[in-house]
Write a protein that binds this ligand. Structure first.
Ligand code: UGA
Length: 443
């Protein structure tokens, strides 16, 4: 049987929305991308992705050519066009608070709902505090001309930056939080090609769907902080956290993914999500249940200050006037995203202690310069390390991992390296005469 394919709109064309719009159009849906930012819309319509994401640009240009994908800033046009509307706008951390700011989600949903004159489904994808979906549903029923004929559903997104296309088209699972059979069927029709691959589907209520997302990110953050907490113990005992992590990983119940010790997690999701979750749990009266998330956050923060300590130690006790090559600015490799980037936080702290810091990142330079204009930037890896007293690896880009310790040695002033990501070949560096240090590893 031929299933009628709903027409989709995607409201918010950041990482999540742009990827979702492009991927859904690529697998055959008619899709309209919507954003309040006319510059973003103009770029996307011209086949240009406004951020760094491997493979997305090519896919955007190919799908634009099919005529199935278009972009607008007009919410009324979107309301007219779509059967299923995905809300993909950001929920950043509120200024001066740990909580998430849901004002963009509210504004976008309201602007859309005002134009909805027939039965339609609004699907939230943004990461939100539990209870937001129910509030949005009530608001939509009040402002949409079609009233309660407009339904609300939640479909959390688990994509990782750097793997956004693959994670969207081949996700580990789909989660549909709905309040009716009709809404579930609409969502199934909006994900037919993904479901046909045999992707596991969890059908649930709105709150469970909201919770799945923050619970998943909290688990991942906890796993990283767990191994970093073990690194602290290793530092006090002379044990090696890399070997510890490897030994733990063979236990299939533990598993090796997200058990990589080092500078810890950053980015636009994990740090803000655990804080927002803890804040929301507090409001719900169950703060105690997730109070460990405060520890997860604190352990993560200590990795940054400990990395600065290690650079200071290697430099001989003071950072004043010490030339430091800071390799990396993005919060992880294959991304130009610098939101809550551990790398730039460390570079900033080194700079504030008087070090002469030179930062280099293969993709995140423009973003870093804008956010941290006081730091000095190099145009290449050799330029960054030239004459350095200490090299500190902060983001494990392949070009840093693959750099030849011998060649690097000719460029630097002194052969001293802090491996903030446990990404370099310690033996090769030591063999080339480097003093190699990494958190949680014996000297
Ligand atoms: C994360 C989740 O992995 C996604 O599933 C989720 O959809 C996304 O947040 C989101 O909420 O939108 P992302 O922020 O792209 O994805 O980055 P990750 O690949 O998860 O890395 C997060 C941070 O953890 C990075 O700074 C990375 O360097 C660090 N990390 C990761 C470690 O320090 N150790 C590890 O073993 C793994």
């Amino acid at each position: 049987p031929v299933v009628a394919r709903p027409r989709l709109t995607v409201i918010g064309t950041g990482y999540l929305g742009a990827t979702h719009a492009v991927c859904m159009a690529a697998v055959g849906y008619e899709v309209l991308g919507v954003d309040v930012d006319p510059n973003k819309i103009a770029k996307l319509a011209a086949g240009e992705v406004p951020f760094f994401e491997p493979g997305l640009g090519e896919l955007l240009r190919d799908t634009l050519a099919t005529g199935r994908l278009s972009f607008t800033t007009d919410f009324a046009e979107a309301a007219e066009f779509g059967d299923v509307h995905f809300i993909c706008v950001g929920t950043p951390q509120k200024k001066g608070s740990q909580a998430a700011d849901v004002s963009y989600v509210h504004a976008a949903t309201e602007a859309l709902a005002k134009g909805l004159r027939r039965k339609a489904l609004i699907v939230g994808k943004s990461t939100v505090p539990i209870g937001t979906a129910a509030q949005l549903r009530d608001m939509v029923h009040a402002v949409a001309p079609a009233g309660t004929a407009v339904e609300l559903a939640w479909n959390p997104e688990f994509l990782r930056e750097g793997y956004a296309v693959a994670d969207t088209l081949q996700p580990d699972r789909l989660v549909f939080g709905t309040e009716s059979r009709w809404a579930t069927e609409q969502l199934k029709a909006a994900f037919t090609p993904v479901l046909e691959r045999g992707t596991p589907l969890v059908e649930c209520d709105l709150s469970t769907a909201e919770l799945v997302k923050v619970a998943a990110n909290s688990f991942l953050a906890t796993k990283i902080s767990y191994i970093n907490a073990m690194a602290e113990v290793c530092e006090a005992t002379g044990a090696d956290v890399n070997l510890l992590s490897r030994a733990l990983s063979y236990d299939e119940r533990i598993g090796g993914r997200f058990l990589k010790p080092g500078l810890g997690f950053g980015g636009g999701c994990l740090p803000k999500d655990i804080r927002a979750f803890a804040a929301r749990a507090e409001e719900l009266g169950v703060g105690q249940a997730v109070s460990f998330l405060h520890q997860v956050d604190a352990i993560n923060g200590r990795r940054r200050t400990r990395t600065v300590d290690l650079v200071r130690e290697l430099a001989g006790g003071s950072l004043q006037g010490v030339k430091v090559a800071a390799l990396g600015a993005a919060f992880k490799p294959n991304s130009d995203d610098i939101r809550d980037a551990p790398a730039l936080d460390v570079a900033r702290m080194l700079h504030e202690e008087g070090a002469d810091v030179r930062v280099y990142d293969p993709e995140a330079m423009d973003n870093a310069r804008r956010a941290y204009p006081d730091l000095t930037y190099a145009g290449s890896l050799p330029e960054a390390v030239a004459g350095a007293d200490v090299v500190v690896l902060l983001t494990e880009w392949a070009q840093f991992r693959d750099a030849d310790p011998e060649m690097m040695g000719w460029l630097v002033g002194r052969r001293k390296v802090v491996d903030g990501r446990h990404a370099l070949d310690a033996d090769a560096y030591r063999a080339a005469g480097w003093e190699y240090r990494a958190l949680g590893r014996p000297t």
